[in-house]
Design a protein around this ligand. Sequence first.
Ligand SMILES: Cc1ncc(COP(=O)(O)O)c(C=O)c1O
Length: 397
Amino acid sequence: MKYNFDEVIDRRGTGSVKWDFGDMLKKMGLAERFDQDTLPLFTADMDFAVPPCIVEAMHKTADQRIYGYTMAPDEYYDAIISWFDRRHGWTIKKEEILYCPGTVKAIAMAINTFTEKGNGVIIQRPVYTPFTTSIEENERTVVNNQMLVDESGYYIPNLVEFEELAKDENNKMFILCNPHNPSGRIFKDEDLKELSRICAENGVILVADEIHGDLIRRDQTFKPIATLAESTDHIISLTAINKTFNVAGLHVTNVIITNKKLRKMYQKVLGMQMPTPFTYNALIAAYNEGEEWLEELKEYLDGTIEWVMTFLKENMPKVKFVRPEGTYIFWMDFREYGISHEEIRKRIYIDANVILEGGKMFDPDKGAGFERICLSSPRPMIKEAFERIAKAFSDLN
Ligand SMILES: Cc1ncc(COP(=O)(O)O)c(C=O)c1O
């Protein structure tokens, strides 16, 4: 490999949320313990160095010595258009692209733009926690279209119930998470077409959070819903380099809206939102020069996932999982141990000193007994985390 993903970079003292803010994590109920030995593997933030092309772009930008008001040049839009065209067969026009500083912010803005207080917003639990918080904090109602699970643990959307929920006049929006966080599955084409059709027929705005779409297994394909839907008039697509290229701190999200009227409404709420010079230069470098790095990253993540699956089968056979088709997120079912959520948590968060995210965060009703780990750290770190966790459960295996 040209890039060294095994390199362990000490991030302590860099203002890293996962490595530097233990007290805050404890206060938020995310961590039980935080010290020099803690392995924080709870958040979708990679511990890998970004591709050298981005580092170089950041140096060049810093060398400008002035960081005044900045607007993205055509090169920025060309880089986005070219990336989605060549990698996903998706034709995007420049005028359809709106920059937004972060995906969670883009979701909250969509909620505020297209729904009113008290309206229902459909999500598919278990799902990324800020979907719920964005809905609740904006005084809308969470409407859960619970994912179904087949006998192998594979998550499937409940389309029959979805259609009933979409028909309810009070439910004005659906937030899709594809690839799905936390299960890691990629929705099937026919399911995406159905979800889009149902939304279109019932006047439901479909917000598609697809920011994990470039981080998929090498034997999988990902298709943006906008390339499958009969019409994109009701679709707000969220794209980002934040996850793909490990630049979440630069907040590089792009919202794609083809419907002129909806775009105008969104733009009005967004206001004059300009990217920083670092932000737009990072995107240009990533999309124009980062492809080789991304392919190697995917190969590395595939290898880590293989290692984890083998390790669990051999050392913790009671832990159930399905190989994630996309994302570096790994969703584990500990229920066969027959112990409480709290006891699972004690063994992982205190005894093993590893911070994960508990299933209840993704699904308050059905998430107990599940834990999510992000495998986006150097493999030696991941191996250590699993070895510690296995030791903490050794009396029950
Ligand atoms: C599905 C999903 N959407 C959004 C985000 C956050 O994105 P951003 O940092 O761009 O707000 C995450 C981060 O984990 C995520 O998994």
